[in-house]
Write a protein that binds this ligand. Sequence first.
Ligand code: SF4
Ligand code: SF4
Length: 327
Amino acid sequence: MPPKDHAGTDMWEPNPEVLELWPDISGNEINGLGETEKRQPNPVFWRQDDSTPHAPVMYYFYEKDKDNAAIAEARKYRQRTAEIEVLDVASEAADTPAGGWTAALKAKALELGADDVGIAAWRDDWAYPDRPSPQGKYAVVMAFDQDFDAMIAAPGESAYIEVMIQYERAGNTSKHLANWVRSQGWYGAPKTGPMTEDVLMIPAAIEAGMGELGKHGSLIHRKFGANFRLSLVLTDLPLEADAPDVFGADMFCASCQVCTKACPPDAISSEKQMVRGERKWYVNFDKCIPYFVDNMTCGICLAVCPWSRPGIADNLLVKMARKLEAA
Ligand code: SF4
Ligand code: SF4
């Protein structure tokens, strides 16, 4: 008899082919689940090479739908981003614009296509110990809204293609913004998903005011909910950092179970957990990824999150502002 989830229904069971490829080490152990000391994160999945123990599972994911013409086409979008050349840094620094660099850079990010932008002072604990620390004093983090109708059909082709569309938009904007910074005579490096390689985007995005961490392990933005993608630019441009945007999402998650109930492999814990010295919402890697790689990157938890549903976030913001005030 198949195992039951917390609601008493038959639990989804991982594909034996994926289990065969699964390494001996748990992804949760690599992520530092249960560790009480703060440390840099170790890479666990998205890398262009074999540097993570779960690389065979990632290759399985890329092989799985390769004969699906629509998916194969969508996977080319990232290639278009890769083909955008990163320009040399101009030999002379431009004059500080009227209004300062922070305002000019944010306006440029929005003009180039970002739906929101924030700035965080860069911290080395957002980098991996097996790669050189990336250069740049500031992370300019950009958010890119996804189409809700495509995502609510997750898991499936339309959601997967929408994710690829937004990764291309995020990646292209990151590259164009980095080139703009470089044309002003300052260092700028684009960082795009999902293969961010040497940076961890979510903690930088939280510090930059792009949202709060949700129970589903993804960010919740005050306007886009969990239905968006990120990219960033690291730069030495003299900027002013933003503050985290605390609007009540974390508090809301404490009494919401929508994503926990919707997740087929029961990967979303209803309680915060200790991860590398910080108590936070955490998704069980060993449960999520086997489903994710077999179901076109899943995305159910992002779509069903109440904050993601168009027209809902404004009401939730008002409700949570009252609760935060009373707390
Ligand atoms: S579905 Fe509910 S619990 Fe899950 S992240 Fe969204 S608000 Fe939080
Ligand atoms: S992506 Fe899918 S499998 Fe992973 S936590 Fe979200 S709902 Fe669960």
